[in-house]
Write a protein that binds this ligand. Structure first.
Ligand SMILES: Nc1ncnc2c1ncn2[C@@H]1O[C@H](COP(=O)(O)OP(=O)(O)OP(=O)(O)O)[C@@H](O)[C@H]1O
Length: 822
């Protein structure tokens, strides 16, 4: 789909929730316990009739009351629901807005009835399509419309095209401009509602349905019908196109295995349905909570469904959730559960904006789309050719039917296992990112509270800050819990991986189709290697981005402190450090100077400034907060270790990376809840082992040549020579700064940082740490030389304007087996 640039104005809107109770069906019998008391309110009676008066007045009743934007009783038709709660949203689609309508409820509660409907009572999909074409027909303010539609289903976490006769598995891609897209999904241009309805019924006939205990025609997949309306503007807007997108979603129903008596494939389907619905419920929970509490992690990545619905849940979309319930007393738990999520969903906010682009954009978007499709076609052709040639080359090894179906099964499971692993690891990565932000905010709150306390002890501002602090702490705890769950899922995934590997190996040893099995095994290995590489890329991207920002700021800092460009280059050259790609940026304004330093990664203490980049030695420094990081790159057939030295205290970290071929130290968290190994608040170095690799989240990371950690990467030592060069360079830079600005200004304030400069004395050394907190016994192997300790005659003492108590700066020995933490 072509992307269209949207104007900047966004309107915040809340998700609309409509409740629809279906009539009791003859099949289920039971008692009706749901009362739609008015057009917004629903009351669910206690299913237990035996409760006495006392129970009821003492609130021991299970009676529940909820309010929604709309509430529809069993007598209401789909058309009633449509007119009151949906039609206005659909009209917006023709005006270039995006909309999502989805039905949510347990199995048999009436989702498909509401979305698809019957001949006599057409559902929301059908009614919406009629409206769209009616509006197009009536419109005479534009140069023409184009309507296209796609229809997909997600069955057992696999996406199928319902408009294709025998659709293969489709993959989700994340496009930087268009967001989540389904690669290879057919999008058919249609001229009338009748044509879409034909496609809809064709698609529905291909949808997976089963008869279950709870519902005779239970949908076993989630179906998403997407209609795109592109409109060419005329008159003064000639050349503009606006595009609205409508997603109509019929979810599969959640069910309890104990209630459905399903077995075999049905049970497996049910488990997958529940898993994706749970993922959706978790997203709704997190989003609902986010509105009240601020940043909370939203686990979109947990299922394909939530990834597809991401825009509808939090992006550019006017969204309506139709919560469907059954009135039967034996459905009480399902009903209340649905109502609880619907209630939470009321809090969700989305941001809508018209999608306006120019015809040029439109054409170039198509061009881009064609290019990417052509690349995709080439790739698939190559893959196909490769597979065909493998089969032709060894005709004797063509597996017999039985073996083939076994292989297909193993192959599918393997691919699911790899995909799941990738998703889980990405999710963990995102989760850690979210907590990183949370912790940064927490750190700022700590500082702000300390400052505010000095002005007004326990005043209103302090209380508000404390409340916010509590919210952030809650979020961190929730996210940590989610992290633990992911960890469990990763372990389960790993267990399954081992089982699959054992099955493959056993089949090989039993003289199965060796070639195929080897390819499968290879594929699995490559899949895992791919997982690792994706992480390498993601982490590197982030590091590079951070590094750039920090370097820019560091050099600006040196400039602001009075050194000119030439001096910096000379000083670096003197130490044999080459500085590349640095463009001088204007000196920072004096007004900025008094602010605490923010190098794009939160506030940093002076100890964290280490301006050194160079090609000669491939040396770089970067600064991050709250991250353990270890990086490596692959070139010339070897892994190159990017050594990382890190200090982490008060949620700020110092990293010094050095690329050379010497062995490296690895820094990792312990596997328990984000603490560092040894139980302390500090990270420690360790060499990677087979099961843990770099991060606790990526237990399988090992060397490139052996993605499962069969071989560990070497453990290089830190180059003392290189470190000395950097140290000397820094030393020179500071000496120069001191000579210019503030040498001997006991107690004066640094013009840039607002930091108190102090010669000698008991306070802090240059980097904000008291001597006893700093490097331990002097050694030439320190990251910073002991010449910077408090008693060095040339270096002023710096007293940071914020609290650094509790920080420490231990020494790191640069041996091949480093221990302790820098
Ligand atoms: N408003 C309604 N009026 C009459 N019958 C209804 C209504 N809503 C649902 N039903 C009936 O209830 C039964 C279950 O409905 P439906 O298949 O739509 O449930 P579902 O939520 O889609 O279930 P699943 O999740 O298992 O697919 C069907 O027989 C349907 O005809």
């Amino acid at each position: 789909m072509p992307s269209i640039r949207a104007p900047v104005t966004k309107k915040v809107t809340t998700l609309t929730v409509a409740l629809k109770c279906r009539p009791l069906t003859g099949r289920e019998g039971g008692r009706d316990i749901v009362r739609v008391t008015n057009d917004k309110e629903v009351l669910v009676l206690d299913p237990d009739l035996s409760k006495d008066y006392l129970d009821r007045i003492q609130s021991r009743t299970k009676e529940r009351k909820y309010h929604f934007d709309y509430a529809f009783s069993p007598e209401c038709t789909n058309s009633d629901v449509y007119k009151r709660s949906i039609s206005s949203v659909i009209a917006g689609v023709v005006q270039g807005l995006n909309a999502t309508v989805f039905a949510y409820g347990s199995t048999g509660s009436g989702k498909t009835y509401t979305m698809v409907g019957t001949q006599d009572d057409p559902g929301l999909m059908v009614l919406s399509l009629h409206t769209i074409f009616d509006l197009i027909k009536k419109d005479n303010s534009s140069d023409g419309f184009e309507v296209s539609c796609s229809y997909l289903e997600v069955y057992n976490e696999v996406i199928y095209d319902l408009l294709e006769k025998s659709s293969g598995h489709l993959e989700l891609r994340e496009d930087p401009v268009q967001g989540i897209i389904v690669a290879g999904l057919r999008c058919i241009k249609v001229q009338s509602a009748g044509k879409i309805l034909e496609l809809l019924s064709l698609g529905n006939s291909r949808r997976k349905t089963e008869s279950t205990e709870a519902n005779e025609t239970s949908s076993r997949s989630h179906a998403v019908l997407e209609i795109t309306v592109t409109r060419k503007q005329r008159n003064k807007y000639r050349g503009q196109v606006i595009k609205g997108k409508l997603a109509l979603v019929d979810l599969a129903g959640s069910e309890r295995a104990s209630e459905t008596n399903n077995g075999g494939q049905k049970l497996r389907d049910g488990a997958n349905i529940n898993r994706s619905l749970l993922a959706l419920a978790n997203c709704i929970n997190a989003l609902g909570k986010q509105q009240k509490k601020g940043l909370a992690y939203v686990p979109y990545r947990n299922s394909k469904l939530t990834r597809i619905l991401k825009d509808g849940l939090s992006g550019n979309s006017q969204t309506v959730m139709v919560a469907t319930i059954s009135p039967a007393d034996n459905q009480y738990h399902h009903t209340v559960n649905t109502l609880k999520y619907a209630d939470r969903a009321k809090e969700i906010k989305t941001h809508i904006q018209k999608n306006i682009g120019t015809i040029d954009t439109h054409v170039s978007d198509y061009q881009r789309m064609i290019d990417s499709l052509q690349i995709e076609v080439c790739r698939l052709k190559k893959e196909l050719a490769g597979k065909e040639s493998q089969l032709c080359a060894k005709p004797n090894e063509k597996p017999v039917d039985d073996e083939m179906s076994w292989l297909n099964l193993v192959s599918q499971e393997t691919s699911e296992n790899v995909q799941e692993r990738i998703n889980l690891q990405k999710a963990v990565f995102e989760l850690e990112e979210t907590n990183l932000h949370n912790r940064t905010e927490l750190q700022h709150l700590d500082d702000a509270i300390a400052k505010q306390q000095a002005i007004e002890k326990d005043g209103a501002v302090v209380q508000a800050l404390r409340a916010r602090q509590q919210v952030i702490l809650d979020n961190i705890r929730d996210n940590d819990e989610a992290g633990v769950n992911y960890q469990k899922e990763i372990e389960a995934n790993e267990k399954r991986r081992c089982e699959l590997q054992d099955m493959i190996e056993e089949a090989i040893s039993n003289n199965g189709n060796k070639t195929y099995l080897r390819i499968l095994s290879q594929y699995r290995l490559l899949g895992m290697a791919n997982t690792e590489l994706q992480f390498e890329i993601a982490m590197r991207d982030q590091v590079i981005c951070n590094q750039r920002e920090v370097h820019r700021n560091l050099w600006n800092l040196l400039l602001a402190l009075g050194l000119d460009e030439k001096q910096i280059f000379d000083l670096a050259a003197k130490q044999g450090i080459t500085i590349e790609d640095w463009k001088m940026t204007p000196q920072l304004e004096l007004s900025n100077r008094r602010r605490s330093l923010n190098l794009g990664l939160g506030r940093l203490t002076p100890v964290q400034y280490c301006p050194c980049i160079g090609k000669t030695f491939g040396v770089s420094c970067l600064f991050q907060q709250n991250q353990d990081f270890c990086s490596s790159s692959f070139s010339d057939g070897h892994w190159e270790s990017a050594r990382t030295i890190c200090r982490e205290e008060h949620h700020s970290s110092y990293y010094l990376m050095c690329h050379d071929h010497s062995p490296s130290a690895y820094l990792r968290r312990s596997s328990s809840g984000g603490h560092w190994p040894g139980g302390g608040a500090r990270p420690c170095f360790s060499t990677p082992d087979r099961t843990h690799g770099f991060r606790n989240s990526y237990p399988q990371m090992g060397s490139r040549s052996s993605p499962y950690g069969e071989g560990c990467r070497p453990a290089p030592s830190f180059s003392a020579d290189l470190q000395n060069k950097i140290d000397l360079f820094l030393q020179d830079a500071w000496n120069n700064v001191n000579m210019r600005n503030c040498v001997g200004t006991r107690g004066s304030e640094d013009p840039f940082t607002g930091v108190l400069l102090n010669h000698g004395g008991s306070a802090r050394n240059l980097f904000g740490y008291s001597p006893e907190q700093s490097y331990g016994t002097p050694s030439s192997n320190h990251v910073f030389p002991n010449t910077r300790s408090s008693n060095h005659p040339d270096i002023p003492q710096v007293l940071p304007p914020y609290d650094t108590s509790g920080m420490s700066f231990n020494r790191c020995s640069h041996n091949s087996q480093p221990s302790g933490f820098v």
